[in-house]
Design a binder for this molecule. Structure first.
Ligand code: COI
Length: 355
């Protein structure tokens, strides 16, 4: 018996749904593969994780995560290499981050072997659900939430960690447009902005909807104190290229420590690009735009990978960025990261691991 079999209990689906899926036309996040992980934390300890057929979980409306939002998640992907081998990209970073998020939301730490063994076993079991490179990748959603049936406000004593997966194509089919908001904020110092907390996404929904109603795809989030330092865009970290220098906001505690962000910085630096992590004001971006020095902007995230930004609305005016064909850094970086993830280019960083 190998270690995985001894630590993760598996109940196979009786009927795979894979044949119902058209892998050449996959909408993002709507199709779920055959199995999911369920691990309970109860009575002060983690129980043996189980893999069961994907489906509903039995919860009452009194569970504390539904009432008070004690819930964190991760986004990661499995890739099919050109040799057909399933690969994961920096899974250890997602494991570390979910535990940082959990600590901020007063939730118990997840043991590394529980997380990694469950993940690997899930991917092994649903390996056929990983699309080919041309089709996309398998998005993996670890979700960790409180399950106490109690409506007093306090940290729960019981939790569930689940992991489920979806074959996905691109998150955005076109370059995105952003509306800089001085009205709404995503996070403030001392809050949960650096955690991947479900509530961060809930509070972004109204501003996002209002931005969409004005014809933009997403919000460009500014800082809570001055309302002019750029923080994130939509659900992504943001990068600008000004005068050939790649600039991304420094991590102040309000910004998610993106794994794509971190990978982008390492690859850019290693390849000789001049890179700055520092506060960047929307007024600096605007001045660079009017001086003709704003060459590119792109978002970075697991779901969205490297997404080119076409337009930024601020103070009633639109900054229209150059066509993607005329850009250098974003397209190069997107291609480079993709080739590393699919095992095509050498991975000097040790980021790509067999699933
Ligand atoms: C990710 O990039 O994995 C995210 O968390 C975005 C997601 C909310 C769609």
């Amino acid at each position: 018996m190998n270690i995985l079999e001894s630590t993760v209990k598996v109940q196979h689906t009786s009927q795979s749904r894979l044949h119902q899926v058209d892998m050449n036309h996959i909408p993002f996040g709507k199709i779920f593969s055959d199995h999911m992980v369920v691990a309970h934390y109860r009575n002060g300890k983690w129980e043996q994780p189980e893999i069961v057929p994907y489906g509903p979980l039995a919860l009452t409306p009194a569970v504390s995560s539904l009432n008070y939002g004690q819930s964190v998640f991760e986004g990661m992907k499995a890739f099919r290499s050109i040799d057909g081998e399933p690969l994961l990209f920096r899974p250890q970073e997602n494991f570390r981050r979910i535990n940082r998020s959990a600590a901020r939301l007063c939730m118990p730490q997840i043991p590394e072997d529980l997380f990694m063994d469950s993940l690997r076993e899930l991917i092994r079991l649903d390996e056929k659900w990983i699309p080919t490179k041309e089709q996309g990748s398998l998005y993996i959603r670890p979700l960790y939430f409180a399950t106490d049936e109690f409506i007093g406000v306090k940290a729960s004593e019981s939790y569930v960690l689940t992991m489920f997966t979806c074959p996905v194509g691109p998150y955005y089919s076109e370059p995105v447009s952003l509306l800089a908001s001085k009205e709404f904020i995503r996070a403030a110092i001392g809050g949960t902005g650096a955690a991947k907390a479900a509530g961060n996404y809930a509070s972004a929904m109204l501003p996002d909807k209002l931005a969409k109603a004005k014809g933009y795809n997403n919000v460009l989030w500014l800082d809570a104190q001055h309302h002019h330092y750029v923080e994130e865009c939509g659900t992504m970290n943001i990068f600008f290229v000004i005068d050939g220098v790649v600039i991304t906001p420094s991590l102040t505690g309000t910004i998610l420590q993106g794994i794509t962000r971190n990978s982008a910085l390492k690859v850019l630096r290693q390849s000789g690009y001049q890179v700055e992590e520092r506060p960047i004001s929307i007024y600096e971006v605007q001045a660079a735009y009017y001086d003709g020095r704003l060459q590119e902007a792109f978002g970075a995230g697991t779901a969205a990978t490297i997404s080119h930004i076409a337009k930024i609305g601020f103070a009633g005016e639109d900054m229209i960025l150059p066509e993607v064909e005329d850009r250098k850094v974003g397209p190069w970086l997107g291609g480079k990261l993709e080739r590393i993830k699919f095992g095509i280019d050498e991975d000097p960083y040790g980021w790509v691991v067999k699933a």
